[in-house]
Design a protein around this ligand. Structure first.
Ligand SMILES: C[S@@+](CC[C@H](N)C(=O)[O-])C[C@H]1O[C@@H](n2cnc3c(N)ncnc32)[C@H](O)[C@@H]1O
Length: 200
């Protein structure tokens, strides 16, 4: 991510955290259900029980709570670029493994069974499409089994000026260059899609 975009993302979300505290509003979700619905879709990528999971740009690590609430025993790790989010997680739930930083930096490496990303592309940055593709490619490199991510869709019937709406077809075609095993789901919300990418 370009440094001006990184600064803008950090300022945006730190402002929302000061205003709303640990709330779906801070993460930009209109309703708690829309965050939850996206987690439900991501979790359907495979049998997660007993696996290791990386949550890319984990926000306030709400996915950790979702996985536990659904009795999924996973070795969870989050990575998040907004320092105040990471401080909040460490204070409120010190048992959660979370790293502060930009997932795309070369220094961020590792290997996980599943790599997830929810809601991480929605604010428009200088090079949103390229950044999305670089993120997908890195997520796929770091996973042993599968990647699951979502994005706002170009099929949305309205768009805000500061939002990035990805083309599901274009995203699917890009993912197919990385693996033959790709699932595109656009059947759960009119303005959002989820992609699963498998190693085999
Ligand atoms: C909508 S929040 C979602 C957080 C978490 N994944 C969840 O679902 O609860 C988006 C997160 O992605 C990070 N992010 C990085 N690039 C972003 C971008 N271009 N647009 C929106 N969020 C971005 C933010 O720091 C933020 O924590």
């Amino acid at each position: 991510m370009q440094s001006k975009d990184r600064t803008a993302i950090i300022d945006h979300f730190e402002g929302l955290l000061s205003e709303h505290g640990a709330s779906h509003k801070t993460l930009g979700f209109g309703r708690p259900e829309s965050q939850l619905r996206r987690f439900e879709m991501l979790a359907q990528v495979g049998d997660l029980d007993g696996s290791s999971v990386l949550d890319v740009f984990c926000g306030l690590a709400d996915m950790y709570d979702f996985l536990r609430a659904n009795h999924l025993n996973v070795d969870y790790q989050g990575v998040e670029v907004v320092p105040a989010f990471v401080r909040h997680i460490r204070k409120a739930r010190p048992q959660i493994k979370v790293e502060v930083g930009d997932f795309l930096e070369d220094s961020f490496q590792g290997e996980w069974d599943y790599v997830f990303a929810s809601g991480i592309f929605y604010r428009r940055v200088s090079d949103s499409r390229e950044l999305m593709q670089r993120s997908i490619a890195k997520m796929f490199r770091l996973c042993r089994k599968a990647v699951a991510f979502n994005s706002l869709s170009g099929y949305a019937d309205r768009r805000e000026a500061d939002e990035f709406l990805a083309s599901p077809e274009d995203t699917f075609a890009f993912c197919k260059t990385l693996t033959p095993y790709v699932t595109l789901r656009h059947d759960y919300m009119p303005h959002d899609f989820t992609v699963y990418m498998y190693k085999r």
